[in-house]
Design a protein around this ligand. Structure first.
Ligand SMILES: NC(=O)c1ccc[n+]([C@@H]2O[C@H](COP(=O)([O-])OP(=O)(O)OC[C@H]3O[C@@H](n4cnc5c(N)ncnc54)[C@H](OP(=O)(O)O)[C@@H]3O)[C@@H](O)[C@H]2O)c1
Length: 331
């Protein structure tokens, strides 16, 4: 194996235009880790936040003056080519999917804990598998928190921000759990979101949620942000739940003020408002892979980019309004 690899790096916080393709040493897998020869990564809103260091709140953790991990890309599909000490359950040659902590997917090789990856099942397209860990996992966990599929009655769920990375999964998974799904998205994405399983779509620019009768939903999954929390509470039954997925907010504290307000408004009855901090949950990825292999849902991919176009993919996420996911084929 050559000792260096190509990787797209953001040495300082800033826009996609500052990301450079460079030669860097291949990572060495530590105890419990495997080295992946990367095949694909999917990019997320979170990659752009870490690239820009925005909100400032992320910097004490991810690097005060510049990123500690300068290679973006958290969703990974790759071939296991080397194992560090004490690796169990993963073999050299396996094609695996999982989440790289802090990034690394936009490099030709990445080291990852063996506990965070699992084989891509036969018949599952790598392009589809790589979209699952962050966006699929977040949608799944949001529906879990909202208890969707657990109530002993027909459920009605509203997904706000239905055409994006998390939203396209949330609509499909809520429908799979048997809920009647309503979705808010832009007019141009209505047909797509209805194909994904929404029985009713609302154009978020022209059809205000205030027109919907009160207590109409058992759960609201808010991926878009920007809507007053009291207006969201009005839409949900007293025993229902609103899940705030979005990381939107101010340049300094990001979602923190909205999360505090949500906690305050949840005191003293009425629908609870829960802020989601999705975590790496291998059992959720396993479940999604099973459903994917069975053809029960289909990830939406706006476009695949080659490795040489990865900066354009980051710029596309930065621009906003992506429909579904963006995938970068690394090799
Ligand atoms: N809590 C967590 O653990 C967690 C995990 C993953 C992601 N996130 C956060 O979740 C958010 C969404 O992530 P993503 O990857 O899905 O981003 P995305 O692909 O950009 O999707 C955002 C979607 O929201 C839509 N939207 C914006 N304003 C809207 C409005 N007023 N009404 C309805 N829809 C609206 C956008 O549609 P248009 O195309 O019409 O603008 C877009 O489809 C980001 O802030 C991300 O950081 C949080």
């Amino acid at each position: 194996m050559t000792e260096s690899m190509r990787a797209w790096r953001n040495e300082s916080y800033g826009p996609a235009a500052g990301v450079r393709l460079e030669r860097v040493p291949i990572p060495v897998p530590r105890t419990g880790e495997v080295l992946l020869r990367m095949r694909a990564t999917a990019l997320n809103a979170g990659d752009v936040r870490l690239m820009q260091g925005d909100p400032l709140l992320v910097r004490p953790v991810f690097g005060l003056t510049r990123p500690k991990h300068p290679i973006r890309g958290m969703d990974a599909v790759g071939e296991v080519v080397q194992a560090g000490p004490h690796v169990i359950g993963v073999e050299i040659g396996d094609i695996v999917v999982g989440e790289l902590q802090g990034g690394g997917g936009l490099g030709e090789y990445a080291a990852v804990s063996a506990a965070r990856v699992q084989p891509v099942p036969p018949g599952v397209d790598e392009r589809d598998a790589v979209t699952l860990p962050i966006s699929g996992g977040t949608a799944w966990q949001a529906l879990d928190i909202a208890g969707v599929g657990l109530r002993r009655r027909a459920e009605r769920v509203l997904v706000i921000g239905a055409s994006g990375g998390v939203g396209t999964f949330a609509v499909q998974f809520a429908a799979l759990r048997g809920a009647e799904v309503w979705a808010s998205c832009a007019e141009r994405n209505r047909a797509l979101v209805e194909r994904l399983g929404a029985v009713r779509t609302l154009d978020h620019r022209r059809e205000p949620l205030s027109a919907i009768p009160g207590r109409h939903f058992d759960a609201v999954i808010d991926v878009a942000g920007g809507i007053d929390l009291r207006d969201l509470q009005r839409l949900v039954r007293d025993d229902g739940t609103i899940v705030l997925v979005t990381g939107d907010g101010g340049h300094v504290l990001g979602p923190i003020p909205r999360m505090l307000k949500a906690a305050f408004l949840s005191i003293g009855g009425g629908p609870g408002i829960r802020s989601l901090a999705a975590t790496n949950r291998p059992e959720v990825i396993t479940k999604m892979l099973e459903l994917l292999a069975a053809g029960r849902f289909a990830p939406v991919v706006e476009r695949e980019y080659s490795f040489d176009e990865a900066d354009a993919a980051l710029a596309r996420i930065e621009e906003g309004h992506v429909v579904g996911k963006l995938v970068v084929r690394v090799s």
